[in-house]
Write a protein that binds this ligand. Structure first.
Ligand code: COA
Length: 373
């Protein structure tokens, strides 16, 4: 078995952003347009959204978005991203390649030395050709490429697969790319979820090393783990069979087929499952949470992360131990924990342990135990 290191990390955060106040103003303007229509149909009025609630309930104050145009227009509430010709680089591959290029530059290698790309993201732009193959072409990597998806645990699951391929020697270097354009699938007319998500793209390069070589400032992957248990509490029904269920297959409604979640159930159930996962995974390696210098948890909810850590440590844990990036970025799905890691690891000492842990739809949880070299 080879040892596996993370030899490059890249993140891409879009320049455009939307504050809570802007988002709430747009939502409430739409409610003012919608409620007279609902009254005319004899339906109950919709309640308005509220910035203070959003900060209290989630910790999110702002989100960066791939494309701001169109989202705040109460008549549209969807980003305006022009369709591209089949011969042009697709939107998702372009976003993934930006982070991938940075990870390759960070590793300082020739892209042709990478023999696999995995595009691991909560949404894929199309079923085929795989986004990963388009990213492979764009970056000039060799070998093979494929897509995989596991909600907000997609990147952690991609790292689980890549780690095992590299350590067994099946692949030499695997680039795990996670482009998340979740605003494209978010229902900005749903009060429960409209404030949660933002867009970002990340990439991590995994590389096998022989013998006791130590690369200062890089992480060695000690082990990875994946856990899933079926739940309908975070769900999207958007898919290729939608039109087959309709009398008029040309008019597929998006409403009802976008992201929906029963947030408070997810909060309770995933908090308990996340805590158990962390304690059990660390125990397998002879560790307790106190041994871990840094936790990069999924960036969905600040209160939820605080609770997972309190259950695991037996007391409150500060942001130096478990940094948060969601205040400015929102929940960037599978990219969030990787961004927390990228922005918060340079002060770690050789021998320090870190745990990346993502959780989300499925339910799914993924963990990557790291040791600073
Ligand atoms: N503005 C104002 N009030 C709102 C609101 C909004 N945008 N959205 C919901 N509310 C109201 C609800 O109607 C409810 O009112 P009621 O008590 O009068 O019925 C109240 O706020 C509480 O709603 P609830 O859904 O229980 O809120 P919450 O405290 O659970 O927070 C989430 C909502 C989504 C922030 C939170 O549940 C969460 O983050 N869950 C986990 C999500 C997650 O981890 N997902 C996995 C990864 S994607």
């Amino acid at each position: 078995m080879k040892r596996v290191i993370i030899s490059g990390i890249g993140t891409e955060i879009p320049a455009e952003s939307i504050s809570n106040d802007e988002l709430v103003e747009s939502f409430n303007a739409w409610v003012d347009l919608e409620n007279p229509r609902r009254a005319a149909r004899g339906e109950a009025p919709l309640a308005k959204s509220d910035s203070e609630f959003i900060v209290y309930a989630s910790g999110v104050k702002n989100r960066h978005v791939h494309t701001r145009d169109g989202i705040l227009d109460p008549h549209r509430m969807t980003p305006r991203i022009a369709e591209r010709h089949d011969d042009s680089l697709s939107v998702m591959a372009e976003f993934g390649a930006k982070a991938g290029r940075k990870a390759i530059a960070d590793a300082g290698i020739d892209p042709a030395e990478i023999d696999m790309v995995i595009c691991a993201a909560s949404h894929q732009q199309r079923p085929y050709p795989a986004q990963a193959i388009e990213i492979q072409k764009e970056l000039g990597t060799s070998g093979a490429a494929f897509d995989m998806s596991l909600g907000c645990s997609s990147a952690a699951a991609g790292l689980h697969v890549a780690f095992n391929l590299v350590r067994t020697g099946a692949q030499r270097r695997v680039l795990v790319v996670t482009p998340e354009i979740i605003t494209g699938h978010l229902n900005f007319r749903d009060r429960q979820t409209h404030f949660i998500f933002g867009d970002a793209s990340t990439a991590m390069l995994l590389e096998g090393v022989d013998g006791p070589e130590e690369r200062r400032g890089r992480f060695e992957i000690v082990d990875t783990r994946s856990w899933t248990q079926f739940s309908n509490n975070i769900r999207t029904n958007f898919g290729f069979l939608n039109r087959a269920g309709l009398e008029d297959p040309s008019a597929v409604p998006m409403e009802g087929n976008m992201i929906k979640q029963v947030g408070n159930k997810v909060f309770k159930e995933v908090t308990v499952a996340g805590h158990r996962f962390i304690v059990d995974f660390l125990k397998e390696h002879g560790h307790v949470p106190q041994d871990i210098r840094r936790f990069w948890l999924h960036q969905a909810n600040a209160r939820m992360n605080a609770m997972i850590l309190k259950l695991s440590f037996g007391h409150d844990v500060g942001h130096d131990r478990a940094p948060m990036v969601l205040e400015d970025l929102g929940n960037t799905a599978a990219a969030g924990a990787i961004i927390a890691l990228e922005q918060n690891h340079r002060d770690m000492e050789p021998g320090d342990f870190g745990l990346l842990c993502a959780f989300g739809a499925g339910y799914s949880i993924g963990g990557v135990l790291l040791r600073m070299m």
